[in-house]
Design a protein around this ligand. Structure first.
Ligand code: NAG
Ligand code: NAG
Ligand code: NAG
Ligand code: NAG
Length: 414
């Protein structure tokens, strides 16, 4: 899937970013954070960890549904603090069964432990950065088959699953007595107005998420809205949510409701968050209905507008694969400045809250072309809707309270 995106730059000009895009977040003083890097060719987000003795930087691809962190450690791994996972350790009971990493089984005994540096309170202006070394369990991948499809720069995968005791989330929470919470702040490498490039951060332990809000001109916390996380009995590591409908500029997309629930026997259907998916995928019938409503909005806007604003003229252009609906961005930008008083471009509607995707609905695919950044996921996908990295922005995964937190973009700042 990722490879079809390689020629795309998921890029939007700064003016279309919601308020959080230009800012670092400060994690809660007791929480931990790591920098993320996005691989430009596979668009995968990698967590950068410092690990072993002597310490070396290792990049691991974030896998929200992964059971444990793992990397290639047979060849050339000569860390002096490396240990096979001890059978006195609580991890041993897990290791006595073969540990599944991605689609492959690793044999018994392939669990190791080593030191990893964890940084907290990372804003030096507030107080000095504190780095602490703790011992963590990792899967040790012996064969190069494990690396098929991973970015060249990565050495393995950081599993952040919600159920496994070896997932990085419970491991960090046990080591630092934190709640089982992590948050992802994803940028697309397009930088802020000081020309700095951020790909993102991951925070462990929960908020507040203090960040510099350029629209507001001061430090601010993020106000999160929540929706419950659901368990898919056939895929217990992943983060499913109860999406009820999708609205495009206030208009509800007609969706066969059956597709939105998880089949408890087969595990198919429903909606999950997965940042290894660069752009949200929709089952074919949902995709078609969605694009239809989006297109109707553009046409309606042009017609309605002709009477009183001749500046507004959204012009469709030849679609750029894998997208099927694209517009001339010079005609789109005028619309964007108009949006202040309109419903968000796209909103995911949950039982008691709505997640506005305003402007993250679009992807600038090549110079001057903005495409509706959703992908046809096929007619028989395992999961009907996969909310991808482009539409994620800032997400808090709260396993302790089984809920997903998100920021509603502040439209006043556009
Ligand atoms: C082992 O570690 C040393 C010191 O960091 C390094 O110079 C050497 O290249 C490493 N050996 C291998 C095979 O990676
Ligand atoms: C809108 O743009 C199209 C294509 O550029 C053009 O043919 C049409 O005349 C324009 N309409 C208005 C009202 O400006
Ligand atoms: C977009 O519109 C502008 C202004 O009308 C025009 O100069 C440009 O060629 C168009 N770009 C595309 C990709 O159609
Ligand atoms: C801040 C904001 O724009 N909130 C909106 C998000 O979307 C829902 C559903 O369309 C609206 O009701 C909110 O006002």
């Amino acid at each position: 899937m990722a490879s079809s995106f390689t020629h795309f730059i998921l890029l939007l000009p700064l003016f279309v970013f919601p308020s959080f895009s230009n800012a670092f977040s400060l994690p809660n003083p007791f929480g931990n954070s790591f920098d993320l890097e996005r691989d430009p060719s596979t668009l995968q987000y990698m967590i950068k960890i410092n690990q072993g003795t002597p310490q070396a930087e290792v990049k691991l691809v974030i896998d929200l549904g992964g059971k444990l962190p793992w990397f290639g450690c047979r060849k050339g791994y000569n860390s002096s603090s490396y240990r096979p996972a001890s059978c006195m350790s609580p991890q041993c009971s897990q290791a006595s069964k073969p540990v599944k990493i991605q689609q492959h089984d690793v044999g018994k005994g392939d669990l190791i432990s080593d030191l990893m540096a964890v940084t907290y309170n990372f804003n030096p202006e507030v107080s000095p950065t504190v780095t602490s070394l703790r011992r963590f369990a990792f899967g040790c991948a012996a064969s190069s088959n494990f690396f098929t499809g991973l970015p060249k720069a990565s050495k393995g995968v950081a599993g952040l699953g919600r159920s496994s005791a070896l997932s990085l989330v419970p491991q960090i929470s046990v080591a630092f007595r934190l709640s089982r919470i992590f948050a992802l702040e994803l940028f697309d490498g397009s930088g802020n107005d000081q020309g700095e490039i951020f790909d993102g951060n991951i925070y462990f332990g929960g908020g507040p998420y203090i960040h510099y809000d350029w629209g507001y001109g001061d430090w601010a916390n993020r106000v999160l809205t929540y929706t419950p996380l659901l368990i898919n009995p056939k895929s217990r590591e992943e983060y499913f949510v109860d999406l009820k409908s999708i609205k495009v500029h206030g208009e509800t997309v007609r969706i066969n409701k059956k597709l939105l629930s998880i089949n408890k026997k087969t595990g198919t259907g429903g909606t999950k968050s997965d940042i290894q998916t660069p752009c949200t995928t929709l089952e074919t019938s949902i995709y078609k209905a969605f694009i239809k409503v989006h297109t109707a909005w553009a046409e309606h806007l042009n017609n309605a507008n002709a009477e009183f604003n001749d500046n507004l003229n959204i012009t469709a252009v030849a679609p750029v694969a894998p997208f099927t609906s694209c517009y001339n961005s010079s005609t789109m930008s005028r619309v964007l400045s108009w949006l202040n008083n309109m419903p968000p471009s796209v909103a995911f509607i949950f039982p008691k809250s709505a997640m506005n995707i305003s402007l993250f609905d679009l992807v600038r695919s090549k110079d001057g072309v903005d495409c509706v950044g959703f992908i046809d996921g096929g007619s028989k996908p395992m999961t009907s809707i996969v909310i991808g990295a482009r539409q994620a922005g800032f997400l808090e995964f709260d396993i302790s309270r089984s809920r997903l937190g998100f920021v509603e973009p502040n439209l006043k700042n556009f």
